[in-house]
Design a protein around this ligand. Structure first.
Ligand code: UGA
Length: 430
């Protein structure tokens, strides 16, 4: 099949590479000539394990074409996916300007064959119907279209495997032919098929991300109880998760969720709920607890650390990405700098992104984890990169002014840390 993907961020580029890898011809439309040139050269721009190889392979095979122009791409395509950003506005609602702008461009370039237009960007319930109105208003008479919602569930860091082996493929449309075409396009993908109407598909994406955020905030809420009572949050959640109705996955406490999805999607669902006069206090609590988790972590550092130099390992909002959008590390560093600390930090991928937003000279970024430790009064671990899992205890103790470790992701065993001579602070593990 020939398809077009508008946008080449995480969802757009990964989907494009995977669809191309499965034998489809994929046009990718962008608006920055510089970025398009990099993509044509095989540089994926974003950091994602395995993506560069897949991009190069499919460029070479001629199945991936990057362009600024809608003309040829849209005319030739059976399906056009919109995968542009929907960032949060100040009031928490999703900014849909880019989606609607792209819809207009698609409409003006439709050929005379039936085309399915589908938002893969996370968009509030009702957005695809607005897209349909824009398409109908701007298209030529001979063009026939149907809209569909085809949400994507990939995670940064494991985006390719998530896309290649999804748990489910959700297709929402009020048009039978659109559903048939999308089922055919996804026929090579494993996973269950969920064929439904437009609003259900749109809501499935928000409900999924919000449910995952609920699990994380619940784990963090329990960790607050543990901190005050002497209970161990990992033991508590292990036992809770043994109940098959609950499960343990995605219920790990820490310094809270970040990234470009959960913070924005919980806020957008809250906003939609308010517009519908629904009581959204549960979603508001999820966000509040998420913020409280990182605040409490810094409070603990301020209470216990004697000196004024801090070492940080991990800046990305999660391992295997360079993304720092809504990352707890940004809040933590900014607060420490405000409190007069000097910070020396290391991350395997995200340092240049942090430097773009924090220019304070009291933040030093170093090329190796152990370089951050010399002369620091405590080590804070904020992202669970694999390279931090095995601590060189002797080196860490020798380099730090005092052997104090704040573990924002519960990576280490408190008993072992104690035996190794550390003053150790985990999350909810007294
Ligand atoms: C999330 C969803 O997991 C994807 O299914 C979805 O497609 C994506 O958003 C999206 O909407 O595009 P992502 O944000 O890439 O994916 O990363 P996650 O692995 O979900 O982690 C999000 C945050 O939650 C990270 O900061 C992570 O550290 C935190 N987290 C995760 C916890 O604090 N505890 C956990 O148990 C799990």
């Amino acid at each position: 099949m020939t398809i077009t993907i508008v946008g080449h961020g995480y969802v757009g580029l990964v989907s494009a590479c995977v669809f191309a890898d499965f034998g489809n011809k994929v046009w990718v439309i962008g608006h920055s000539p510089e970025k398009l040139q990099r993509l044509k050269n095989g540089d994926p721009i974003i950091y994602e394990p395995g993506l560069a190889e897949m991009l190069k392979k499919n460029l070479k095979a001629g199945r991936l074409i990057f362009t600024e122009s809608y003309d040829e791409a849209v005319k030739e395509s059976s399906v056009v996916f919109i995968t542009v950003g929907t960032p949060p506005k100040k009031d928490g609602s999703a900014d849909l300007i880019a989606v609607f702008h792209v819809a207009q461009n698609i409409a003006k370039n439709l050929g005379d064959k039936f085309t399915v237009v589908s938002c893969k960007s996370t968009v509030p319930v009702g957005t695809n119907l607005d897209v349909e109105k824009i398409l109908n208003k701007n298209k030529s008479k001979k063009a026939t279209i149907a809209v569909a919602s085809c949400p994507e569930f990939l995670r940064e860091g494991s985006a390719i495997s998530d896309t290649v082996t999804p748990d489910r493929v959700v297709i929402g449309s009020n048009d039978k032919k659109a559903i048939e075409i999308l089922l055919e396009l996804h026929s090579t993908f494993p996973g269950k098929r969920v064929v439904t109407n437009l609003p259900s598909a749109e809501l499935i994406k928000y409900a999924s991300n919000s449910m995952l955020a609920v699990k994380i905030s619940f784990a963090n809420l329990i960790s607050f109880y543990c901190e005050q009572t002497g209970a161990d949050v990992e033991m508590v959640l292990d036992a809770v998760g043994m109940d098959k109705r609950i499960g343990r996955v995605f219920m790990y406490p820490g310094i809270g969720y970040g990234g470009s999805c959960f913070p924005k999607d919980v806020q957008a669902l809250t906003d939609t709920g308010k517009n519908l006069a629904i009581d959204v206090s549960m979603l508001e609590a999820v966000e509040k607890i998420n913020h409280h988790a990182r605040k409490l972590f810094v409070d603990k550092v301020l209470k216990h650390v004697g000196g004024k130099t801090i070492a940080i390992w991990g800046l990305a909002f999660k391992p295997d990405t360079d993304d720092i959008r809504f990352a707890p590390s940004v809040y933590i560093i900014e607060r420490l700098l405000k409190e007069g600390f000097s910070v020396k930090a290391y991350d395997a991928a995200a340092m240049s992104n942090v430097r773009k937003i924090i220019s304070d000279p009291k933040l030093t970024l170093v090329d190796e984890p152990y370089l951050a430790l010399a002369g620091a009064d405590a080590l804070l671990v904020l992202t669970e990169w694999n390279e931090f899992k095995e601590l060189n205890v002797q080196n860490v103790k020798k380099l730090l002014n005092s052997p104090m470790l704040f573990d924002g992701r519960n990576m280490y065993d408190p008993e072992k840390m104690k035996t190794d001579g550390f003053t150790y602070f985990g999350i909810g593990r007294n």
